[in-house]
Write a protein that binds this ligand. Sequence first.
Ligand code: URA
Length: 276
Amino acid sequence: MNKMSLVVYLARAGVGSRRACDELVRDNRVTVGGEIVTFPRQETGPDDEVAVDGEIVVPKQLRYVLVNKPRGVASTRSDPHADRVIVDMVPEGRTLFPVGRLDLDTTGLIVLTNDGVLANRLMHPRYGVQKSYVARVRGKVSKRVLAALREGVELEDGLTSPAEVRLQKQSAKTAVLELTIREGRKRQIKRMLASVGLSVEELHRRRFGPLGDKGLQVGASRELSGDEVDALRRAGEGVRSSLDQEVEGEPMNLAGDPPAGPQAAAGDTLGERGGL
Ligand code: URA
């Protein structure tokens, strides 16, 4: 555990939001090494004994795991309709929460964490984390369709924001597209493609913000490095103000939409081929 300010230490121990912890300190209810501390930003580390109203509190270890989800695994903490849930793909994963959702039949990257503040920032619409998907679709993709997807298409929940769209491959019956979006609406890619007459055969998320799937096979997971967590944090800096009340390290309202969509037909996945 690195040194941190006293309020962050308290918040990570689950005492309350940073603001609430700030008040506790100013109300003389917090001691470090038995001495009352009134400066909320005092540097605090693993060797300090911190107590609130005489009760010792210890911050929890924050974890950040990147998973390359296979088909058929639900990206939720529990799902009676799925054989397996994503938190069971990593050791002691039941203490973690998925950042966002992928459909049951979608493969690709999902971050699991117990850092609720960062998770909420990454999912906040104002933050607009970039997500790149590779989709294998049935049919021919015309220039007009590409232009429509780039500009934005009308869905039942409104016009989509401009997207980056590249046609990677066109063969007789199928095409492979790469789409990068900043929104995160339910089944957005499939609905965008359906709106221009394309049905998705396979969908893989190859990038989530600064993280890519290179070197991480579908079905594999790994802990993120400190630099990667910093990169995720930097990406979440824009939405600080409205989320200041949240409890550091405490997952909050991470539940998204229920998993949707039937399982795709068996076969190779885009991710297993390196995201095409
Ligand atoms: N868009 C979809 O349609 N499905 C996903 O799983 C993710 C994005």
